[in-house]
Design a protein around this ligand. Structure first.
Ligand code: N01
Length: 547
């Protein structure tokens, strides 16, 4: 007997041949999907590529990894006892605390028995005759399911740029999203970091603290604001817990699924330069991340307003970074503030004042190749013991395409999405009946708080499935007309903002050869959820349900 068939027999012993729902991925969305589908009376089985739960917070365990939304908000609302019982040590949780929380949730709701770990899904094929999905994993599982929920996360498929010579590098090479569980010993070593997006700005200050020398290879500088992270104030926690129900309701009706207790100051141009300065300085001292944008209502829509704030921002960098040349290199100038995700950091700019840190501008002096010893640019060579790739993800579509989904009529999702990633409400793709996306292209995705969105989308899917079972329906699909109209709306809304002006992962610009279109619904989570509610109330308008 071959090793492969032994393996698939072992797997069959513990895995049913068919279930109602297969969930792909055991991150925040996938875990809630298991719980919610069970509650709705479905048999559910989840496949997870890792050996633990947590998704993003399982994989991205690099030093400095931390959420940029307050943890009292970035957490599940579905169980009142859970949100009352759980104690978040810090305002913005580090990866380890998020992993503890998600493991607690998995145990508390007995979710693990429905999960198969170390089981990367590598085929999802629709059998038209049976009207069932056949789901397969690299580990050899084969399961039929009436419904599939792809809870694969928008930022999961790692992007490793194809640097010539990458396989010849003799030091340690790590991508931040595949950081070893046992950690990496960086003490006293010559370390390089490629990438200065949200991940880069988090990992760089931590690495600098321990490395012998750190070279940061920057192609595009980031805008990042101080996180102001701190221990969670017990009074703040108590106040949140006393008002959770009302706060969660506010989040449902907020464009970013957040509670933002702050003053909005109208247009950038409603103020004198002195007033503006006072508002921005106060914010820099006390606020972080997304909150920063809501100070004025035109920063993300008016390039002139954006430039006023961006220039003030560059002033902050020049203030912090002592070497004027390094400060200039760190100043973003090629894209509007906020059109790439604003990062939060703990001492990022200040790190470049350290003697053991060197910024390398690989826009001016591009990387030519990796060598056995390190990195060779056009003008120099850098010897490294460890190279860290903080080079991001094949976002939005990558994690879905690698499932090798084949829909009705034998059409691969890869073919369907060879140009635009067609979808309706970010939830379904026509020709792929009974398959649902969570945080898919066309949804608000990272522009709103993800946990609340996960719960909303999964509740919406669960209600639809319950409706189908009650009515004796077998399949639901969307139409090409509905997805064309939706995608046109996604594009039109985005074009009314500055988001598409950046060459970011949000429009696929970070991956060579990837078709580009702005993939995120910028109309706000509140409007998105209202629309999904209306669609359901109108008998699932834009969907075709069949007996
Ligand atoms: O990835 P990115 P990320 N040569 O794609 C550079 C979320 N997140 O992992 O901009 C040289 O943003 C690339 O350069 P350029 C958040 O939504 C959240 O940092 O393409 N450089 C860029 O600097 C975020 O937006 C949190 O010119 C190369 C970097 O690598 C999303 O994840 C924390 C290169 C990639 O930046 C992704 O962030 C972390 C090459 N060949 C992440 N290829 C929080 O919650 C790429 N780069 C706080």
């Amino acid at each position: 007997m071959s090793v492969a068939s032994e393996r698939s027999e072992a797997v069959e012993e513990t895995t049913p041949a068919s279930v109602d729902v297969v969930v792909v991925g055991a991150g925040f969305s996938g875990l809630y999907a298991i719980h919610r589908m069970r509650k709705a009376g479905f048999d559910v089985l989840c496949f997870e590529a890792g050996d633990g739960v947590g998704g993003t917070w399982y994989w991205n365990r690099y030093p400095g990894a931390r959420v940029d939304i307050e943890s009292v908000q970035y957490s599940y609302a579905f169980d009142e006892d859970l949100q009352q019982d759980w104690k978040w040590p810090e305002l913005f949780s580090p990866q380890g605390d998020l992993e503890d929380y998600i493991n607690h949730v998995a145990d508390r709701f007995d979710l693990r028995r429905s999960i198969r770990f170390n089981a990367r899904v590598d085929s999802v094929v629709f059998d038209e005759e049976e009207r069932r999905w056949q789901v397969g994993t690299e580990a050899g599982h084969r399961v039929r399911a009436k419904y599939v929920i792809a809870a694969t996360g928008p930022l999961d498929a790692t992007n490793v740029p194809s640097f010539p010579g990458i396989d010849t590098f003799e030091g340690e090479l790590h991508h931040t999203s595949q950081w070893p569980r046992e950690g990496v010993d960086l003490r006293g070593k010559r370390v390089g970091v490629i990438g200065t997006g949200s991940t880069g700005v988090q990992v760089v200050p931590e690495v600098a603290k321990v490395a012998g020398h750190l070279h940061v290879f920057q192609r595009t500088p980031a805008y990042t604001v101080p996180a102001h992270n701190r221990a969670l104030d017990p009074d703040y926690e108590r106040e949140w817990k006393e008002n959770y129900a009302q706060r969660r309701e506010m989040m449902r009706h907020h464009p970013n699924a957040l509670v933002l207790p702050m003053t909005q100051h109208g247009s950038v141009f409603d103020h004198t330069p002195e007033e503006r300065l006072a508002i921005l300085e106060e914010a820099w001292r006390s606020r972080s991340g997304l909150l920063f944008f809501f100070l004025f209502n035109d920063v993300l829509t008016d390039i002139r307003a954006n430039e006023v704030v961006a220039e003030w921002f560059r002033g902050k960098i020049r203030e912090i970074v002592k070497d004027p040349e390094v400060a200039e290199l760190l100043c973003p100038t090629t894209y509007p503030l906020g059109s790439k995700r604003l990062s939060i950091d703990s001492g990022y700019y200040d790190t470049f004042n350290r003697d053991n840190v060197t910024l390398v501008d690989v826009r001016r002096d591009p990387i030519v190749e990796l060598t056995p010893k390190g990195i060779r640019t056009e003008e120099a060579e850098y010897d490294l013991d460890v190279l860290i790739l903080a080079t991001g993800f094949d976002a939005m579509t990558g994690s879905l395409l690698r499932l090798n989904v084949v829909g009705a009529g034998g059409v691969p999702l890869r073919e369907k999405w060879s140009g635009t990633p067609w979808n309706y409400l970010g939830l379904m793709v026509s020709g792929f009946p009974n398959m649902f996306l969570v945080h898919g292209p066309g949804s608000p995705s990272v522009l709103a708080q993800m946990v609340t969105q996960s719960e909303y989308q999964i509740d919406w899917i669960a209600d639809l499935l319950s409706h189908m079972e009650q009515e004796g329906l077998e399949t639901v699909d969307t139409t090409t007309e509905a997805e064309r109209t939706w995608c046109a709306e996604v594009t039109e809304l985005a074009n009314g903002t500055l988001f598409p002006l950046a060459d970011s992962w949000q429009k696929g610009a970070n991956i060579e050869g990837k078709p580009q279109s702005y993939m995120i619904w910028v109309g706000g989570f509140d409007a998105f959820a209202d629309r999904c509610d209306q669609v359901a109330a109108a008998g699932y308008d834009g969907f075709v349900l069949k007996p």
